[in-house]
Ligand binder design. Sequence first.
Ligand SMILES: Nc1ncnc2c1ncn2[C@@H]1O[C@H](COP(=O)(O)OP(=O)(O)OP(=O)(O)O)[C@@H](O)[C@H]1O
Length: 308
Amino acid sequence: MTSIDVLDLTKEYGTTRAVDGLTFSVEPGRVTGFLGPNGAGKSTTLRLALGLDRPTSGSALIGGRAYGTYAEPLRTVGALLDPQAAHGARTARDHLRALAVSNRIPARRVEEVLEQAGIAAVAKRRVKTFSLGMRQRLGIAAALLGDPEVVMLDESSNGLDPEGIIWIRELMRELARAGRTVLVSSHLMNETATFADHLVVLGRGRLLADTSMPDFIAAHSARRVHVRTTDPARLRTALTRAGHAVTLDDGRLLVDGATAADVGALAAREGVPVLQLADEQASLEDAYLALTAREAEFTGTSTSLQEA
Ligand SMILES: Nc1ncnc2c1ncn2[C@@H]1O[C@H](COP(=O)(O)OP(=O)(O)OP(=O)(O)O)[C@@H](O)[C@H]1O
């Protein structure tokens, strides 16, 4: 089994410390979401792990070895960092064939990954005619070419349409189920929550969280439920009696400190018909933004509109 082990990793560019004493491990058999605001150091960490840049100090090893020591690295690590990296004048098939030859990967794998990435029909087209989403699919095909134990994707859903986003999400889950090590960077907590088992969160090059997805949700979700019923007054009384803080908002009840399951069970006991029942959705993204807010390198300022 092949893990990614980042140990006390630091990278400085002039006076900018892009990665700052970072330590974490990415384990096989699960999808690890790699989160952080712009400039947090995600891409730098991935580049260091892939030997595309040298650390100032510390290490980022794959399967206990530096990437550069693998003779045929694509057979161990598949990575997509920059979908624009493929040579524009080449066809998609030729791009993949050149990669396959350099790593002694059989030519039939090229046809398999073209199919798997949904670009077999455009395999003869030059890459420069590809949309961003098609380039992204080509990059993923290249990452899968060597049937690697470790898959690293930077902004995996970049440019993909909704069907493509579902496809990549299922692909990542499938790779993890098959025991691969999958690391996927993103800016978006809600999106990451749809596919990640584990989270590593960075801010200004430092580790802010290294936790399982369920633990992050349990620790940070504001427990608040929205409920609509035919008899809000009666349900409100019952909820208040059970110790919940309840407010009435435009005909629906907002219940703090409860889950949808709590409120549903109580409504059933009271015999109050429920028309709509939901846990508050935005809280996870809010928790992530709160965690990273102080660490964001580039934060926009909002200017309120002046009334004329
Ligand atoms: N080659 C470079 N030369 C100088 N500074 C760099 C270089 N690469 C990255 N940096 C700086 O290092 C910091 C971390 O950048 P990095 O691209 O790793 O962040 P990121 O988390 O991937 O951000 P994003 O989500 O915007 O891609 C930033 O301040 C960036 O400007």
